[in-house]
Write a protein that binds this ligand. Structure first.
Ligand code: NAP
Ligand code: GDP
Length: 337
């Protein structure tokens, strides 16, 4: 029987990357679309998933057997700090509607998406690092994004409850910071990499100073959206445990924000854009180092020799995508061009 896979959030950064990987003629055959699969990629224009009747209509239209649930109200540190309530409410509504309609329509499998933002900080929970799957609910999440994090943690609670009460195969992934083509390059609401690319590009263009936010000292693990896409394709096909799975590069690939700033300047080949002194702005969580040992073990057991794209190469591809799209007048940010 064919699998019909509905991807909510299918128009966003990760959804677009999955579309690319499934259809890439030069890509690894393991991750290309299979003949018994039908994939549907859905954005908010087709259904506002905060509204249950929209979710019901969507499921009745596509009649999925599997759901990859990526839809979320997403943003970088500054959007989270300014909108904890919206990030909480909108995401709780979206997640509850998707999971409950999937239950009512007897969908065999749902993979949802959490984030390493859910984890506590070492200041609050000593020795919590490295972050592993069983620590999702340990201690308070970081105060900068407590709304978003609570909505995401709740998905794991819901998955366990649907399994306990109905035996459903609902599970979740926990990606680290993601970047790539089709990201939201908004100047205020975006994550650090798209924000820096846009700011650095404009500084050169307008002959102004490139000003990253914060101290540059915090550390992050970044995953390229096209690597993450492969892992999601593999999960929807093969991962059948309710417990979440961290999708991350190895811990040793943690880099500082300052390293990213320098990488962006280099990838854009900006001559003038040496970063100006940082304005007063928050740093967010200092580190959230996640272990990918469970993922590495499962990929090995599946016979997949997975290689992550080197960070600088992926950053260059992302910068190239931004410049090409910006220069042809495409909309590169959710709220500002
Ligand atoms: P994104 O680029 O902002 O895309 C969000 C997607 O969700 C879009 O397709 C959007 O549709 C859809 N969406 C938003 N509100 C919706 C609504 N009310 N009803 C229906 N659809 C709605 O996000 P992303 O970066 O691809 O994130 C994908 C998943 O990864 C999310 O669950 C996010 O929480 C998680 N995640 C992201 C990061 C990161 O660094 N980006 C890190 C960890 C985890 P439209 O575009 O059509 O509005
Ligand atoms: P986080 O990983 O959830 O904290 O989210 P971000 O992707 O927004 O990364 C935030 C980190 O990058 C903080 O240390 C910020 O101070 C730093 N940063 C530097 N410049 C920027 C920028 O232009 N936008 C964003 N969002 N963060 C920036």
């Amino acid at each position: 029987m064919s699998k019909i896979i509905l991807v909510t959030g299918g128009t966003g950064l990760v959804g677009q990357a999955i579309q690319h990987v499934l259809n890439d003629p030069n890509g690894d055959n393991t991750f290309r679309k299979k003949s018994d699969e039908v994939w549907h990629f859905i954005g908010s224009k087709e259904a506002d998933l905060r509204v249950k009747s929209d979710a019901e209509k969507l499921f009745d239209k596509y009649k999925p057997t599997h759901v990859l649930h990526l839809a979320a109200v997403v943003g970088g540190l500054f959007k989270n700090m300014a909108h904890n309530l919206t990030m909480l409410r909108d995401n709780v509504l979206i997640n509850d509607n998707v999971l409950h309609v999937a239950h009512e329509r007897n969908i065999s499998k749902v993979v949802s998406c959490l984030s390493t933002c859910v984890f506590a900080d070492e200041k609050d929970v000593p020795n919590i690092y490295p972050l592993t799957e069983e620590k999702v609910h340990l201690g308070p999440s970081h105060p900068s994004n407590f709304g978003y994090a609570a909505a995401k943690r709740l998905v794991d609670v819901q998955n366990h409850a649907y399994k306990q009460e109905f035996g459903h195969n609902f599970t979740s992934a926990i990606p680290t910071n993601i970047f790539g083509p089709h990201d939201n390059f908004d100047l205020e609401d975006s994550h650090v990499i798209p924000g820096l690319i846009h700011k650095c590009y404009l500084a050169e263009k307008n002959r102004t100073v490139f000003r990253p936010s914060g101290s540059g000292k915090p550390l992050r693990q970044f995953i390229y959206s096209r690597d993450l896409a492969k892992l999601f394709i593999w999960m929807i096909r093969e991962y059948n445990d309710v417990e979440p799975l961290i999708l991350s590069v190895p811990e040793k690939e943690e880099v500082s924000i300052q390293y990213v700033v320098e990488g962006v300047v280099e990838a854009l080949q900006q001559q003038r854009a040496a970063a100006g002194g940082p304005p007063a702005a928050a740093d967010g969580q200092y580190r959230k180092p996640a272990s990918n040992l469970k993922l590495a073990k499962l990929l090995k057991e599946s016979g997949i020799a997975f290689e992550f794209e080197p960070f600088k190469k992926a950053l260059q591809e992302t910068v190239n995508w931004f410049v090409e799209n910006y220069e042809k007048g495409a909309r590169v940010g959710k709220t500002a061009a």
